[in-house]
Design a protein around this ligand. Structure first.
Ligand code: ADP
Ligand code: MG
Length: 526
């Protein structure tokens, strides 16, 4: 790949998608430093990852060696385990420990440091102890009494809600959770990467009434989702003050974070869900489908969906986000990976673009990291190539987000990966200006001072980054052009493509002169 950071993002996504750590191999000093972003992102997401870094020869340490840096120490903050083998004989032992640490318990990132002089050392093969491939993590189950209590809390709920997080996706708990949802007719809400564990179009998915569901639920079961910023910390006013949380997690330290849970179920999500199913099965019960709660949720979903459909149907140009995503959704292959990053691009896209399969959505995640998209798309494409040739990766990027790792398009073309990049282009970070406004601004002598730092060059031809390396590029401004180019991209399985989609740069665009005058006034008063 072109940069250690994107490589490290890719390796971490391999870990999330396969359950075994991807390995990111980096050069010393700056190479390792660039990978820290990927390690932090993996660790915060609870994804397995192994980074192996080269480092200067040991006999030059503290002498100012080429690219010398305290690498093992630096990685401690970003990993579960960071070490340098004491000798070359110890390498297999330390690698096994790093792999095991990355997948046992709460998954995370690990680092192993390999000094340059190891590379040319001689080793006596017979002196190396055989180290076996690390086994899959042991499956742990929750305490029986806690499972009984949880089942009774669920049965007594008036307004229950299941929240399905990316921990449930990682745990491959889709079958048992779907059974729980369907057998007991319980409403569920996926987190961004929990999407697809149960399909988004399932009748019991209340994603379109998210705020309402969170706010009025009286019992919430958390399947591998932390009560952090994504879930508004589990606190009022976004939740009822007396809501009963049932937390299912593999990490004991997570239980009780930010709220006092009614029940804690420590263990593997899949195993614990099966325990819950068994317990609930003991007496006939299901949540009444004609309850007031279901009615409230259905009404809210209907009105929210109607509002977004109305926005999507607007015919004014440039297009808005909803129009774009509505047309993309129409053609999205059912089994495709959806990778997404950007502010509005990711947030609005998530509500329109549907996931039907688990572990098929990758985005900025718990850390809110921009720049992950291309690395994640490359990882997803590698997994797809191995598992089901023909499967596509749709990578939906904001124009600003695309800029972080845009040169990885060359990597995509070099390996000819089945990736379609959509750059939703509003000429800026959050928002930008159109060409006329730019021209108007440039008439001022102090143009540099009136261009807000979030504005990027208007009408940038990002599709040419793709054509530069032999892929297909499209510049689209209308729904028809978008439909046509996406159809062609999906039909063309021989080449990756990039569709640069121009949208309304500002939600409420003021007249051009006013915009410039306002910005000048703002600058003057700043
Ligand atoms: P989301 O972003 O979807 O809300 P989080 O990343 O906040 O999800 O939470 C995922 C949780 O899942 C973490 O607390 C992690 O410890 C937990 N987890 C990961 N794997 C398993 C597993 N096999 N069984 C139970 N919990 C798991
Ligand atoms: Mg933008």
């Amino acid at each position: 790949m072109r940069n250690e950071q994107a490589a490290c993002y890719a390796a971490s996504a391999i870990g999330y998608l396969t359950g075994r750590p991807g390995v990111c191999l980096v050069v010393s000093g700056p190479g390792l430093i660039h990978a820290l972003g990927g390690m932090a992102n993996a660790n915060v997401n609870c994804w397995p990852l192994l980074v192996i870094g080269g480092s200067p020869e040991r006999n030059q340490e503290t002498m100012g060696a080429f690219q010398e840096f305290p690498q093992v120490e630096a990685c401690r903050l970003y990993t579960k385990f960071s070490a340098r083998p004491s000798s070359i004989e110890a390498v297999p032992f330390v690698i096994e420990k790093a792999v095991r640490s990355s997948i046992y318990g709460r998954p995370g990132a690990c680092y192993v440091d390999i000094p340059a002089d190891f590379v040319n050392l001689q080793v006596n093969v017979s002196s190396i102890k055989d180290v076996e491939r690390c086994m899959s993590p042991p499956i742990s189950m929750a305490e029986t009494s806690a499972v009984c209590t949880a089942a009774s809390v669920i049965k007594n709920a008036k307004q229950p809600l299941l929240i399905i997080g990316k921990g449930a996706a990682y745990a491959h708990a889709e079958e048992s959770i779907q059974k729980l949802v369907e057998q007991y007719k319980l409403p569920f809400l996926p987190t961004p990467m929990g999407k697809g564990v149960v399909p988004d179009n399932h009748p019991y998915c209340v994603g379109a009434a998210r705020s309402r569901a969170l706010q009025f639920a009286d019992v919430i079961v958390l399947f591998g989702a932390r009560l952090n910023w994504i879930l508004h910390f589990g606190l009022p006013p976004r939740y009822q003050p007396d809501v009963k949380f049932i937390q299912v997690d593999i990490c004991a330290e997570e239980l009780g974070n930010n709220v006092k849970p009614a029940v804690t179920l420590l263990g593997d999500i899949n195993a614990v869900t099966k325990q819950l199913l068994e317990e609930l099965d003991k007496t006939p019960w299901q949540y009444p489908p004609e309850s007031k709660w279901w009615k409230t949720l259905r009404e809210k979903m209907k009105s929210n969906e109607a509002a977004s459909k109305e926005l999507a149907s607007r015919e004014s140009l440039p297009m808005n986000y909803y129009t774009v995503f509505y047309h993309v959704q129409e053609q999205l292959p059912r089994d495709c990976f959806v990778v997404s990053e950007g502010a509005n691009t990711m947030d609005i896209g998530r509500t329109v673009l549907q996931n039907y399969l688990p572990r098929h959505r990758l985005d900025a995640g718990t850390f809110g990291t921009m720049g992950v998209g291309l690395g994640f798309a490359i990882a997803a494409a590698m997994v797809a190539k191995d598992r089901s040739p023909g499967q596509r990766v749709i990578c939906v990027e904001g124009d600003s987000a695309f800029g972080f790792s845009g040169m990885e398009v060359e990597t995509i073309c070099r390996y000819n990966l089945p990736i379609i990049l959509l750059v939703v282009n509003n000429n800026g970070i959050y928002q930008g200006f159109d060409t006329d406004t730019w021209k108007e601004m440039l008439k001022f002598q102090d143009a540099a001072s009136v261009v807000p730092p979030m504005c990027l060059l208007p009408n940038s031809h990002y599709e040419q980054v793709m054509t530069a390396f032999g892929g297909k590029g499209y510049f689209v401004q209308t729904p028809e052009e978008l439909q046509k180019s996406l159809r062609q991209s999906l039909a063309d399985t021989a080449k990756p493509s990039l569709i640069n989609i121009m949208i309304e740069p500002q939600a409420t665009r003021k007249t051009q002169v006013n915009t410039v005058a306002k910005q000048k006034a703002r600058n003057a008063s700043a």
